[in-house]
Write a protein that binds this ligand. Sequence first.
Ligand SMILES: Cc1cc2nc3c(=O)[nH]c(=O)nc-3n(C[C@H](O)[C@H](O)[C@H](O)COP(=O)(O)O)c2cc1C
Length: 205
Amino acid sequence: MTQLLRINSSSRQDGSHSAAVADVFEAEFRRKHPGCEVITRNVADGSIPFIAQETIDGFYAPQDALTEELRSATALSDELIGEIQGSDTLLLAVPIYNCSIPAALKAWIDQIMRIGHTFSMDETGFRGLVKARRAVIVCAYGSEGYLTEEPFAAANFLEPYLKFLFTFLGVQTIEFVHVQGTATAGPEVFADRLEAAKGEARQAA
Ligand SMILES: Cc1cc2nc3c(=O)[nH]c(=O)nc-3n(C[C@H](O)[C@H](O)[C@H](O)COP(=O)(O)O)c2cc1C
């Protein structure tokens, strides 16, 4: 069965533009894949802790050396990785916070970037082990000018980072849908932009 994993990372529970655009993708995806499974994680709700000493110890311990404590420290990581590995498509809704991704999304990333599970390393180098073939990433920017060759492109540590990361993990196709000026564009201009982003999301699905 087709499975979509959706990650919402805005701290806004209401009125998130990245979530609104991702909603359109999800609705269209569901329409195109009747009976598909959709798993949603709202990572900004405090459910994803930062990795701690025991988490790292557990990540690097051989399977047969995992104590009860280390098993418990890596249980959430196991669960989150299981969600990725069972999915065909990843959908991320991501606001830019201080030129980068929200810390809550970084917490999720630190839980799922795991040697021997989502990537491997040997004398030939690194290899991505993620089975999901595709990631669609909706990015919301309060201001404008962050895209390629725009004035603040050099301050965009969100899209290049996520593109590198999911490529590293082995995801073959990574697509971005952006909505800029959520805080700065006038209402009419912004309404048009939001519609355009929703159209792109529908198309991408
Ligand atoms: C903590 C914080 C930091 C932000 N930093 C930036 C920033 O660096 N650049 C920018 O364009 N907008 C910034 N914004 C504005 C958000 O990116 C904008 O409100 C966006 O629409 C948030 O996504 P959402 O609508 O999905 O919640 C920031 C907002 C917050 C709350």
